[in-house]
Design a protein around this ligand. Structure first.
Ligand code: PXL
Length: 272
């Protein structure tokens, strides 16, 4: 059985990061290990959240794993708690990865044109350093613009493809851009891999929910680790995220902070 490591925060309440990544990856029948980057009472869209940084645990965890010869088939990083952690995470990937371990980096730091609360303006520059270690990047449009130091605005299809190619060139990684929409009732992802662009769209649910990027990234990572192509993994992640959002829509007022991804896990366990 494959063993993978996901590195991101625990938001105790809020249905994002590790609390969604673990069940989603596990539903693919893959062993999921974790390193929490920070412990928060809720995610940062709530007011007054607590934040406990555990940066200095990371090298200790790595040292112990090195002694125990613990190795991983794949890595998936999400929300990172401090700039210092980036260097520790690179060391963990370098020293606890099996040969050809797959590295997926979700440069989780921003949405809707803004950095998440708590990140310094220069965080994207450091995140780009981690992106250069990845095989696959999963930015949304805001993160793509921040990584390339481009304005956050509407881009044409051709311009968007140009930006995705630029990020791929700078980082030497494949890129899956999430939240792509050219028509009012469609939402999907653009996958750029080995010089080839492909799109996948589902119906757009007319509501913005938190945590959908984490659902997408976790499902994409699980699918890639299961051996699906990047293009097929992107389709699976789009469908899974769409189902999760659709199943939350009727409960949107009450459940504004995340999505009912639990209701869509059977889609992942029944894939061909
Ligand atoms: O869903 C992304 C995410 C992850 N972790 C924390 C967040 C957010 C988005 O707001 O605040 C702590």
């Amino acid at each position: 059985m494959k063993r993978v490591l996901t590195i991101q925060d625990i938001s105790c309440v809020g249905q994002c990061s590790l609390t969604v990544a673990l069940p989603i990856i596990s539903s693919f029948g893959i062993e999921a290990s974790v390193i929490p980057t920070a412990v928060l009472s809720t995610h940062t869209a709530f007011k007054g959240f607590t934040f406990h940084d555990i940066t200095e645990e990371l090298p200790k965890i790595e040292q112990h794993w090195n002694k125990e010869h613990i190795l991983f088939d794949g890595f998936y990083t999400g929300y990172i708690g401090s700039i210092k952690q980036i260097e520790y995470i690179i060391s963990i990937m370098d020293h606890t990865g099996k040969k050809d371990a797959i590295k997926v980096v979700d440069p989780c730091m921003a949405d809707n044109g803004k950095l998440y609360t708590g990140f310094a303006e220069d965080f994207p520059k450091h995140m780009l350093g981690l992106c250069k270690k990845a095989d696959i990047l999963l930015p949304n449009l805001t993160e793509l613009c921040l990584l390339l130091d481009k304005p956050y605005q509407m881009y044409s299809k051709q311009e968007l493809e140009g930006l995705v190619m630029e990020l791929s060139q700078i980082t030497n990684a494949s890129v899956v851009l999430t939240g792509v929409s050219f028509e009012e009732n469609q939402l999907g992802a653009l996958t750029y891999h080995k010089g080839h662009m492909s799109y996948y769209f589902t119906e757009k649910v007319p509501h913005m929910f938190h945590g959908t990027g984490d659902c997408f990234a976790s499902a994409f990572f699980g699918a890639v680790m299961k051996g699906y192509s990047y293009e097929r993994a992107s389709e699976i992640a789009c469908e899974f995220t769409y189902l999760s959002v659709k199943n939350t829509f009727k409960d949107a007022e009450e459940h504004w902070y995340g999505v009912h991804f639990e209701t869509a896990l059977s889609y992942l366990t029944n894939l061909d």
